[in-house]
Design a protein around this ligand. Sequence first.
Ligand code: AMP
Length: 129
Amino acid sequence: MPVPALAPYDDQNIFARILRGEIPCRRIAEDEWSLAFHDINPQAPVHALVIPRHPYVSLADFSARASQAEISGFFRAVGAVARQLGLEEPGYRVIANTGLDAGQEVPHFHVHILAGRAFGHRLVPASAE
Ligand code: AMP
């Protein structure tokens, strides 16, 4: 079920549990601000997730409450993960589903990095427009 972008933070969500080491992940990288791991249900040949270490429900929450250091550290990490995975050429797509209409399912802010095939210029399938 999709979650509202500004719901109260649920510390039992799956990414909070991954951050606490309660359940495993296929880790790609981590630093002071972020953890990156492979999506369990990949939607492209490469499908990575990058999450902040601190508890934010969504991009809406993160952009409103995170410090400048956290925001810059997090987005530098997104770029670094893509670089580490060798995705800069021929490119990659970054998505942050935010709230109900976007279909956000895990209520801990995360960025998807998708790559390994050409996505074309459409952001959403024609049938959904
Ligand atoms: P979203 O719809 O943007 O909230 O995306 C949540 C993503 O988390 C989906 O692509 C799921 O496949 C992924 N996911 C859910 N549980 C796990 C898990 N335990 N490890 C890795 N990825 C997960």
